[in-house]
Design a protein around this ligand. Structure first.
Ligand code: PMP
Length: 317
């Protein structure tokens, strides 16, 4: 780390010093309307002095899917993007929990607005520290937003598109102005969709239930991991089906999951107490298992981790 930013970033096929990666001011605005990105996390293991990136390939696969849907040309392969990210983390000497953000945008799109915005691909990968909140004990009080979730016929939530995030921002801003920690959004059909930046899960009558990927959600990689861990390691039956708002009020446990939110318990919704009002049993067990998986302290699900090789750099150097 040099000063308040990492030493390097990756831009258009080349790793370069952070300060050298600049664009002309006229590139602002339309270049990011169609931009798509990924949010990926690396977790530091103090004992093994190693950083583990969680499900790196799945994130890069989803980035390529997003690029296809917004018609940005895939000029780099998944393997090239993986290699670029790992080299960047090593060269930035990332010895702490770290966020990795690849972004694909249409460069030089000033004045193009509605046409030809995908003509020239710009692509960036940057990293910054992001400590885990998994053992912070935080629990959210949320409200069901008066805003509706975007849908596949309007702004497809399956695409991790920068523009889509305006919808979640409106819901978050409203929730915070009203004194809540966060929001939940309903689909245009009135079913529970997701939270800004995270998927929603509830435990009710011994099942883990979560909305299907056709109810206006991002195809979340954490959601997939949580469903797998709940089924295999907690023995909880997992059901993907539409959820009514009032079912959430009656749930035993509710939590949010996603790369940034990790597993965040929800203890109150619209001022209804969820379950006991404390972090639920299944939620707590999933949080602990997930943290061990992320940090390389758990043998199960080892294939979800990519060791960066920071330790090897030290040994060699
Ligand atoms: N929904 C939205 C809108 C998100 O931005 C995110 C975070 N990427 C998620 C869900 C969770 O997805 P993931 O588990 O892949 O991070």
């Amino acid at each position: 780390m040099a000063g308040s930013h990492p030493t390097y970033l990756w831009w258009n096929g080349r790793q370069m010093p952070w300060e050298e990666a600049t664009v002309h001011v006229t590139d602002l605005a339309w270049s990011t309307v169609g931009a798509v990105f990924e949010g990926i996390r690396g977790y530091w293991n103090e004992d093994s002095q190693e950083l583990y990136v969680f499900r790196l390939r799945e994130h890069m696969d989803r980035l390529i899917d997003s690029m296809k849907l917004v018609r940005l040309p895939a000029e780099y392969s998944v393997d090239e993007l993986i290699d670029a990210s790992l080299t960047l983390l090593r060269d930035n000497d990332a010895r702490e929990d770290t966020y990795i953000r690849p972004l694909a945008y249409s460069a030089g799109s000033s004045g193009k607005r509605l046409s030809d915005t995908a003509a020239s691909l710009g692509m960036l990968i940057n990293t910054n520290p992001m400590p885990s909140q998994l053992d912070s004990g935080r629990a959210f009080k949320v409200k069901v937003s008066s805003w509706t979730r975007i849908s596949d016929t309007v702004m497809p939530p399956r695409i991790k598109n920068i523009s889509n995030y305006r919808n979640g921002q409106l819901a978050s801003m409203e929730a915070q102005a009203d004194g809540y920690d966060g929001a939940l959004l309903l689909s245009p059909q009135g079913k529970v969709s997701e939270a800004p930046g995270a998927c929603v899960m509830m435990v009710r009558k011994g099942q883990l239930i979560t909305p299907p990927t056709t109810d206006g959600i991002l195809e979340s990689i954490t959601r997939d991991a949580v469903m797998t861990m709940a089924r295999e390691s907690l023995g909880l039956p997992v059901v993907e089906r539409s959820i009514d708002r009032t079912e959430l009020y009656l749930a035993d446990e509710v939590f949010l999951c996603g790369t940034a939110f990790e597993i965040t318990p929800v203890v109150e919704i619209d001022r209804y107490t969820v379950g006991s009002g404390e972090i639920g049993e299944a939620t707590g067990r999933l949080q602990r298992l997930y943290e061990d998986v992320l940090r390389g302290k758990e043998e199960r699900y080892a294939s979800w981790r990519t060791p960066v090789g920071v330790a090897a750099t030290v040994a060699a150097g």
